[in-house]
Write a new protein. Structure first.
Length: 77
């Protein structure tokens, strides 16, 4: 959904670096996969085609935070 985003904090050895992958258009979503020592964050279209992908070594990832898009509903609706 447009507005979904994932923040990734990576240890670079001499500090930390922040990365962000977000769904930039309507109908796109962000997918996170963790397998074989690699964290892969991709922006996908409705059909599942990857638009862009960021890959990180899982040993270097300090934090991975998913921020879902706001849907405008109030609590209790």
């Amino acid at each position: 959904m447009k507005g979904d985003r994932v923040e990734i904090v990576v240890d670079t050895g001499d500090g930390y670096r922040n990365y962000e992958v977000s769904a930039t258009r309507a109908g796109r979503r962000v997918d996170v996969r963790i397998a074989r020592g690699v964290v892969e964050v991709s922006e996908l279209t409705r059909t599942g085609t990857q638009v862009r992908t960021a890959r990180f070594m899982s040993a270097r990832v300090v934090a991975l935070v998913e921020h879902p898009a706001e849907n405008g509903l109030l609590p209790g609706d």
